[in-house]
Design a protein around this ligand. Structure first.
Ligand SMILES: NC(=O)C1=CN([C@@H]2O[C@H](COP(=O)(O)OP(=O)(O)OC[C@H]3O[C@@H](n4cnc5c(N)ncnc54)[C@H](O)[C@@H]3O)[C@@H](O)[C@H]2O)[C@@H](O)CC1
Ligand SMILES: [K+]
Length: 499
């Protein structure tokens, strides 16, 4: 499902209006959708609408009118003079026949529900003065809040808090979600999000050409790998994972096991001599091969059947790892660079980006967490400190010419061609030691099955989140590959794949 920035949503409104649906008709539908949700949230008791001076307030007036017509006890507070309302908002206010209370914090009372119609997409500066005092009074009131379009104070495009913001119980937005409904901190402030149809047709998307999407199976279903009945293991690819030395081998094994569970036909751990025994003793279906340095890796990669490579989990930081990375890039294998493979370039990220650029490879994925991301892209972050996570990852993909996956709550994946996805399915207990190693392996397993890099990264992130949900609170990283079959089975059922 597409995600629209507030600018793109304005364009959608304009295109719908140009197509013959008036702005006021859109507002009427928006207000009615809000009234429907309000009726679900407050079966009895009074409803207070707090309206701002723009069209978000207009939606609030329509909802108030609709709810009063349904017999609810509704009151409206307006943050400006009624006479200063313009356009559709002024028309909407005309439809409201009840009193309009001035902005007085003492008149909030004890409503069963507050409808937040202060600011929506038009919020364009930090909230101060009366508006901020009102937001704080609504928070202090404690009544459930239904926000229209966005919780007031949240920037729709970045998800940032502009000074102060309402914490909604539920948010009703229109046509498509906005980045703030998925990006943190916005997502936390939205509560449940409902997307209402207000009569804008999907045809407008052909003109808008959105490049941001929710990371859900619908988005990558068309490239989800399903082995054919007559397939054999080599057709499912061979992934290799580079192991660290004797004291740090677990991460690579965890990653390798995840790649195998994800469906790679064969997976090998490439191990230095000192760790061969440890790796061999701990692995069964995953194979072990000796590999001591970049020359050894180059030799192994002469086998064209090895088509995907994961470097980073427990690999160690330094020149040796840098050499392994440049060797794998030069060998043009689909590649996941994680953890130590990224930190090894912290002092000279340009060297990594230049190597990627020269290779012309489209199948390289960088999977940093926030710390590693800062180390690699510090120059860019210093230049544009206020960018949202979405904007930062998109710029990083453009800079590195690789797919960039920034881990954390609300993982964002971006492609150098501009496409990006935001995930919202990961539970917080997924933040545990080794979880990232599993993710890199899952993606490696998808690359081995020849899923294109951007989709493999998106798919891996979503599946990783689902395995977190499946394993539940208390999970440890080892649990994640073990519950992957259950997640895959559900996906097969959802996609209607026979098995
Ligand atoms: N035709 C349309 O464009 C539609 C718009 N809709 C609604 O309209 C909303 C957008 O309306 P608007 O563009 O009028 O914007 P808003 O109603 O979100 O707010 C804009 C007003 O707030 C002021 N403002 C912005 N930041 C402020 C701050 N920090 N402190 C004080 N004042 C501030 C602006 O100067 C402007 O007067 C959407 O969120 C949605 O709820 C819906 O009715 C559907 C149709
Ligand atoms: K609002």
């Amino acid at each position: 499902m597409e995600i629209l920035t507030t600018g793109e949503m304005e364009q959608a409104d304009r295109l719908a209006i140009a197509g013959g649906t008036s702005g006021f008709a859109l507002m009427l539908r928006a207000g009615q959708a809000v009234a429907d949700t309000a009726a679900d949230l407050a079966e009895e008791g009074s409803i207070l609408v707090v309206a701002g001076c723009g069209n978000n307030g207009g939606d609030g007036f329509v909802a108030a009118t609709e709810l009063a017509a349904r017999g609810y006890d509704v009151s409206v507070i307006l943050m400006c003079e009624r006479s200063s309302l313009k356009g559709d908002a002024a028309l909407a206010a005309k439809g409201w026949k009840g009193p309009v209370l001035p902005c007085d914090l003492s008149t909030l009372g004890s409503p069963a529900l507050i409808i937040d119609a202060l600011f929506g997409a038009g919020l364009n500066r930090p909230v101060m003065g009366d508006a901020r005092a009102m937001i704080e009074a609504i928070i202090a009131n404690g009544a459930p809040v239904l926000s229209i379009d966005l919780p007031s104070g949240i920037n729709g495009t970045t998800g940032a808090i502009m000074g102060a913001a309402i914490r909604a119980t539920e948010t009703v937005t229109f046509f498509r979600r906005k980045p703030a409904h998925l990006l943190l901190p916005g997502r936390i402030f939205c509560g449940r999000v409902r997307v209402a149809d207000i009569g804008i047709t999907d045809a407008v998307l052909h003109k808008i050409r959105p490049i941001t999407f929710e990371n859900i199976p619908d988005y990558w279903q068309s490239v989800f790998p399903v082995p054919p009945i007559d397939g054999h293991k080599y057709a499912r690819g061979h992934a290799v994972v580079v192991s660290g030395n004797l004291t740090s081998t677990g991460a690579a094994r965890l990653s390798a096991r995840s790649a195998l569970r994800m469906g790679a036909g064969l997976v090998s751990v490439l191990s230095p001599d000192d760790a061969l025994g440890a790796n061999a003793a701990a692995l069964t279906a995953v194979m072990v091969r000796r590999m001591n340095d970049a020359a050894g890796l180059a030799e192994i990669l002469e086998d064209r059947r090895i088509n995907a490579c994961v470097i980073g989990p427990g690999a160690g930081i330094g020149e040796e790892t840098r050499a392994l990375v440049t060797t794998a890039i030069a060998a043009k294998r689909a590649l996941v660079l994680d953890a130590d493979a990224l930190t090894s370039f912290a002092d000279a990220p340009g060297r990594l980006f230049e190597t990627i650029k020269q290779s012309g490879s489209a199948d390289i994925i960088l999977t940093p967490h926030e710390g590693e991301f800062h180390r690699l892209f510090s120059e860019m972050i210093e230049k544009h400190p206020l960018r949202s996570k979405l904007e930062r990852v998109r710029a990083a993909a453009e800079r590195s010419e690789a797919v960039v996956l920034l881990k954390g709550p609300g993982t964002v994946v971006a492609s150098p061609d501009g496409r990006a996805t935001i995930a919202a399915n990961a539970p917080p207990w997924l933040a545990t030691a080794g979880s990232g190693d599993v993710l890199s392996g899952m993606i490696g397993g998808l690359l081995a099955q020849r899923v294109p890099a951007f989709e493999a990264a998106c798919m891996g992130v979503w599946m990783h989140g689902e395995t977190g949900l499946e394993a539940g609170p208390g999970l440890i990283a080892e649990d994640l590959p073990e519950v992957l079959p259950a997640v895959l089975r559900r996906l097969y059922d959802r996609f209607g794949v026979d098995y």
